[in-house]
Design a protein. Structure first.
Length: 115
């Protein structure tokens, strides 16, 4: 039980943080961001991929590294899809396949780092 809390609580916290940030109306977001939007999405989902892979690696014994990476990325991308859907209902925000693609890249990089 200790491992479940130790490894999955950060995943839940980070998912909640993404949800919170995605709930901010588009009009209140800074107009001039330091980094391009695509890079921001990669950097946003890289830690999520890392945390998901870390959690699976330490709580799901018997999975190969390849399967851990695949499942990690799949779970993070499913969350990213739900996040893009969520943004359709936030004023000034919208869903974008390009953002989803960059989220997936971030998830892959983060999972690879964790293994």
């Amino acid at each position: 039980m200790h491992n479940v809390v130790k490894y999955w609580l950060p995943v839940v916290f980070y998912a909640s943080l993404i949800f919170f940030v995605s709930s901010i109306p588009g009009q209140t977001l800074p107009k001039s961001l330091i980094l391009p939007n695509n890079l921001l999405h990669i950097l946003e989902y890289l830690p999520f991929g890392f945390l998901m892979c870390r959690a699976l690696k330490n709580t799901r014994a018997g999975l190969s590294c390849k399967r851990i990476i695949i499942f990690s990325v799949l779970l993070v991308v499913i969350y990213a899809i739900s996040d893009e859907f969520h943004q359709m209902f936030v004023p000034g925000r919208y869903a974008c396949l390009g953002d989803l693609f960059c989220d997936g890249i971030g998830a892959i990089i983060g999972a690879k780092i964790a293994v």
